[in-house]
Structure formats: structure tokens, C-alpha cells
Design a protein around this ligand. Structure first.
Ligand code: RB5
Length: 178
């Protein structure tokens, strides 16, 4: 597979691209632009996450929801992923009661790699090995470590490249052949 690496000096500064993929390899100095969206099962966690991201000087697009009036998590996932695909975002955070339904839905959208995170190790690997562009959490889940620490770990980790480029590209090829 042709892998024409280049550094885009404009929008994608700090990222490395192949023909099919863009990988975040640096850029921790840059202000990160992040989409955050939840269903009614995670409004409080969403607020906590947004407060945390603001302490990290992130530019946050809060796509709702803002109340505990029931909504359908697939609608939330699709809206957030469509917005992400317009470009300009570093990554997105999706939250529902468990993180499961919203991440399953996100992963059905072309170009999205949404990782359901549950500890610091999975937060690190989601970036280092899978180059996830979305991470998901559950507002009704009891985690052993604060969600903010998992997000920070994800943000501070770089894509490991090398053999993982091939694996990520194979993952994304499945979208075309399945
Ligand atoms: C909503 O009640 C709940 O099903 C949803 O938030 C999520 O947990 C689904 O995976």
C-alpha cells in the first residue's frame, strides 16, 4: 500500500498523513479542539469533562444534551461524528449511560475509531495503538480512576506509528469491504 508521508504545514500541522489516514504524532503544545456529546444518561459527567477540558485550555464544542430528558444515543453519536468529520477537531468524547451504545454507533460511521475507555491503560493504548479519534465513557459507570485522568492520558499519548499504521489502515479498509 502506498504510504506517501507528508507534513501539512497548515491545518494538519503536527499530524502525519498517509494516503488514507491522518495520525496525530505531536501537537501537544497546540490548543486542542474537542467535541463532547452525551445522551441524558451522562449530563453530569459531560459537565465535569468540559470543566476539566477548560482547565487544559481546550476549545470545546459542547453538542449537548443539556438535560435528563430522554434522547436516543444513536442520534447523539451521529450528530457528533458528522460535526467531527467537517474537520478542525483533534478528537471527540461521547458519553451515554454505559458508553457502549454511543461508541457502537460511532464506530458504524466511516472514518470514526471510537474507543470505549475504562482505565489508564486503555486510554493510552486507544491513542498509541488504535489512533482513536473518539473516546467514550459511561455516565452511570463506576470507574476506579477519574475520567479526567483517563482523558489526560489519552491527550498526552502519541500514536506509536510503525506496525500500528498498517493495522489501523487494515481496520479502516473493513469499512470498504464489509
Ligand atoms: C439510556 O437509558 C441508556 O441505554 C444509554 O445511555 C446507554 O447506556 C446505552 O448504551
Amino acid at each position: 500500500m502506498k504510504q506517501s508521508f507528508f507534513i501539512d504545514l497548515f491545518h494538519n500541522i503536527g499530524k502525519i498523513s498517509t494516503e488514507n489516514q491522518t495520525y496525530c504524532i505531536s501537537g501537544e503544545q497546540m490548543m486542542k479542539k474537542i467535541i463532547v456529546a452525551s445522551d441524558h444518561g451522562a449530563v453530569t459527567l459531560k459537565s465535569d469533562i468540559i470543566s476539566f477540558l477548560k482547565t487544559k485550555n481546550c476549545d470545546v464544542n459542547d453538542m449537548g444534551v443539556h438535560s435528563d430528558t430522554p434522547v436516543d444515543y444513536p442520534d447523539v453519536a451521529v450528530a457528533a461524528c458528522r460535526e467531527f468529520k467537517k474537520g478542525g477537531y483533534d478528537f471527540g468524547i461521547l458519553i451515554c449511560g454505559t458508553g457502549i451504545g454511543i461508541s457502537i454507533t460511532a464506530n458504524k460511521i466511516k472514518g470514526i475509531r471510537c474507543a470505549l475507555i475504562h482505565d489508564l491503560f486503555t486510554a493510552e493504548m486507544a491513542r498509541a495503538h488504535n489512533d482513536a479519534n473518539f473516546i467514550a465513557f459511561g455516565g452511570r459507570v463506576k470507574y476506579a480512576v477519574p475520567v479526567s485522568e483517563m482523558i489526560e492520558k489519552f491527550m498526552d499519548t502519541k500514536f506509536a506509528g510503525d506496525r500500528h499504521i498498517r493495522r489501523v489502515e487494515k481496520m479502516m479498509e473493513v469499512e470498504k469491504t464489509s
